[in-house]
Design a protein around this ligand. Structure first.
Ligand SMILES: Cc1cc2nc3c(=O)[nH]c(=O)nc-3n(C[C@H](O)[C@H](O)[C@H](O)COP(=O)(O)OP(=O)(O)OC[C@H]3O[C@@H](n4cnc5c(N)ncnc54)[C@H](O)[C@@H]3O)c2cc1C
Length: 380
């Protein structure tokens, strides 16, 4: 439908800058995304910046022991971490063990905050709450505990899985352009700017896969499968705002290209990224992206709050370059959410980040969903 590829993860040309419609973050646990990138010739090691998750804040790395490459080294790193007192070291250890042993299914109907209250000491809770809102686009008090636990378990199943992977190129260059070239080279037709308005003419052509938003899939399938359509129609979505700013003069030095902002009332953005460190071209020097997950403000207010946040943390304000707000950025995985399955009706399947999954609404979730549909069609 759109005139360009990428959907909710696409490049936006902004003057001479190639920005994205929203800052995206991958992790080492996004194994299917990384495999797909390799398949279509986008080398993940070249186009992504890999950095260990160390809960880096503007004042330092709060969990440097997470940078160790093996489980035992991590454990030794934690036990000898001089930044933490013994109580905090014990709290982290206990929480990681609980994370591994918790059975997500047994938390059905509960929130991530319920799990944290039972299993994470108050010194550890803010860090996992920060991961929750960034990954699920919902505060822990509203996020489904089972999806949260699935996500945490995959993210901590190996030391590399928790690594952050930050795009060094625009989102369109990261995957969609390569994928389209790969498809064309194999004889496929990629047609842009054409909205499918009716499924009926397609049903005779063979198998149809709806790889669009929940809302569009609901509309297209309403005649074919009203129950499926109804479920897709009722999926709730939530907003994410990304504010791009530029520092005049030298930008404050960050320890890592991504920092987690201390939570608080005057702290709307949960994460800040330094594009100057990530992009090769000098024109990105001093440009930062500020991500406001579950943004409850409009674009102007988002920009204003980010400037206020910069002032309170760094004592000065950058200028706003651009501000994007997608009101339907991700689905909201609240407890009890019902997501439709892959099979819509005779000859019709659906894939996307909203389809039944144990993952939140992410690129990895969308790609896994596509692979599951291919498998289902092949075995049908
Ligand atoms: C601001 C923002 C920040 C995000 N941050 C992250 C992040 O950090 N990490 C992460 O993993 N995920 C993130 N996400 C979520 C991620 O972008 C989505 O989960 C993912 O793009 C979903 O892919 P999809 O293929 O399911 O749907 P989409 O990307 O929405 O693609 C659907 C496509 O279908 C097309 N289409 C719709 N209707 C029709 C029609 N009738 N006919 C033809 N074509 C149609 C659309 O034009 C679009 O190209 C973020 C999203 C946003 C908006």
């Amino acid at each position: 439908m759109a005139p360009q590829l990428g959907g909710r993860a696409r490049q936006v040309n902004w003057g001479h800058l190639e920005l994205d419609n929203g800052q995206h973050i991958l992790t080492g646990a996004c194994t299917h995304t990384l495999s797909l990138m390799s398949l279509v010739g986008a080398d993940p090691e070249t186009v992504l910046y890999r950095t260990p998750l160390q809960f880096t804040t503007p004042s330092g790395r709060m969990a440097p022991w997470l940078a160790h490459p093996g489980r035992w080294q991590r454990l030794m790193g934690l036990l000898s971490c001089s930044m933490l007192n013994w109580r905090e070291r014990w709290a982290w250890l206990q929480c990681i063990v609980q994370l591994q042993w918790s059975r997500p299914a047994s938390w059905h109907g509960k929130t991530a905050a319920d799990w944290l209250a039972m299993n994470a000491h108050w010194t550890v809770q803010p860090w996992l709450e920060a991961l929750c809102v960034s990954a699920m686009n919902l505060p822990a008090s509203q996020a489904d505990a089972t999806v949260f636990l699935n996500l945490m378990q995959t993210s901590f199943e190996s030391p590399q899985a928790s690594d952050l992977l930050l795009p060094k190129v625009s989102l369109s260059e990261l995957l969609p352009h390569r994928a389209a070239d790969w498809l064309r080279a194999r004889g496929a037709q990629v047609q842009l700017g054409q909205r499918i308005t009716d499924l009926n003419p397609l049903l005779d052509t063979g198998r149809v896969v709806l790889a669009c938003s929940a809302q569009e899939a609901a509309r297209l399938s309403s005649g074919l499968s009203p129950e499926w359509s109804d479920m897709a129609q009722h999926i709730e979505h939530g907003p994410i705002a990304t504010v791009y700013t530029r520092w005049s003069g030298s930008a404050p030095q960050l320890m890592d290209p991504l920092v987690i902002m201390p939570p608080g009332l005057d702290s709307p953005a949960q994460v800040v990224m330094d594009l100057g460190c990530l992009r090769a071209s000098p024109q990105y020097g001093g440009i930062w992206s500020w991500v406001i997950s579950f943004a409850q403000v409009d674009r102007e207010e988002a920009a204003r709050l980010v400037l206020q946040q910069a002032q309170s943390v760094w004592g000065r304000q950058p200028e706003v370059v651009a501000c994007f707000l997608d009101p339907r950025a991700t689905i909201l995985c609240r407890p009890g959410l019902k997501r439709p399955g892959h099979h819509v009706g005779p000859g019709v399947w659906a894939c996307g980040d909203y389809v039944e999954s144990d993952l939140p609404s992410t690129l990895e979730g969308a790609i896994r969903s596509g692979l599951q549909v291919i498998e289902a069609i092949q075995s049908h």
